[in-house]
Design a protein around this ligand. Sequence first.
Ligand code: ADP
Ligand code: G6P
Length: 489
Amino acid sequence: CEKQERRPSRQRLLVVANRLPVSAIRRGEDSWSLEMSAGGLVTALLGIKEFEARWIGWAGVNVPDEIGQKALTRALAEKRCIPVFLDEEIVHQYYNGYCNNILWPLFHYLGLPQEDRLATTRSFQSQFAAYKKANQMFADVVNEHYEEGDVVWVHDYHLMFLPKCLKDYNSKIKVGWFLHTPFPSSEIHRTLPSRSELLRSVLAADLVGFHTYDYARHFVSACTRILGLEGTPEGVEDQGRLTRVAAFPIGIDSDRFIRALDVPQVQEHIKELKERFAGRKVMLGVDRLDMIKGIPQKILAFEKFLEENPTWRDKVVLLQIAVPTRTDVPEYQKLTSQVHEIVGRINGRFGTLTAVPIHHLDRSLDFHALCALYAVTDIALVTSLRDGMNLVSYEFVACQDAKRGVLILSEFAGAAQSLGAGAILVNPWNITEVANSIAQALNMPSEEREKRHKHNFLHVTTHTAQEWAETFVSELNDTVVEAQLRTRQ
Ligand code: ADP
Ligand code: G6P
């Protein structure tokens, strides 16, 4: 209570993430339109309401000319967003290269891309240099907009170098860093050539947060084993300075989803979908088309289910909505062709003249269409091979209070720790197990569905994005105050 009184009511929050909540599309020399970006980070941060928040991030496009940059800066200002302009070469080396070809697969235990492992190893130094340069460019923009008393909240693996850059400018800035992916075992992290530099940069933050206790534990052991620092129950200590490390499980703005179900347009859409799939159970996958989401594994498990359960063949349909992502990275291009090939083969094998078992869409759906789809679904399939949290599973639960469908959830998603009691947990690598869980879900008695749904619905509606953000920022404020008190003693 005493700690709460020290905080002003609407604190200014500078949210710094590689991806802004809107992506820009150029319409003319000085005109831009803005579209919602996809991804869990954006979904969660849109749920933050308590703070006077400004976003700083990359606009997702190359804007080489001054006229375009000025116009885009103005358009983004209306959304309280501030752009960081990165040129093509930096984006190639920093975003496509170091972030998405090295850190992303490594943090999800997938190792470096198989075929170009040596090439990746060779280009490592230049990509890491670009990563540091990009982080410095973000730091310059933060510095330009920082006002005394602001809290700076840095997000994700793209910006691990930023806490250090910010503290080098001004050691008094309150800096928090939150990772939206898993943090892997220290045995994985230690294979990174830049392992120590990254850890030390993150440790410059006052508070470091993860989705789960396990990820936090892995981070602390990486610091103790690789840097030789002391891990304490509070975090990591280096020469008397403590960096607080803790778990802050993320959530969604569940009210936004629940309210959407009453919108007439959504109701109409629900009606159409029910008519369209009458007589068939609807199974749903919603993912970015990313190798960590286990989309091929999910589809192969569905094929196995169809193989072993001929009576269900014309009574069930799988809708897989897969929004393309990071399309300049070769591994993602390969995945797209692989998924298309498997879907085509299975539809050829089990389809009829009038129906196919899998509807696969390579695109994103708008918010209302997505809510309608969640609401009519009987079974949601989340088969991530690893996933920091997985908010699709939360969104599905929020939209299911009428239907009480079943969630089949990978045990390797962070969400398994919060929704595990209500979901059917599976190992996505074991397609027989996933196929059996589909049969179990289809045959589940309504009382059991009700019980499982209630458990998850309670969690999703009480552990919201807003609560997550408030807890993190409040802890960050407290950590800084406590550190000041310690240095005065
Ligand atoms: P990630 O952050 O790895 O993409 P999450 O499941 O945590 O995974 O979050 C994904 C977010 O992106 C969710 O809010 C989801 O609704 C949205 N999303 C993913 N795929 C699509 C799609 N095909 N159409 C619309 N939204 C999507
Ligand atoms: C994950 C990452 C986010 C990222 C999102 C979409 O959720 O944790 O940082 O924004 O994927 O990926 P993209 O590369 O399009 O930003």
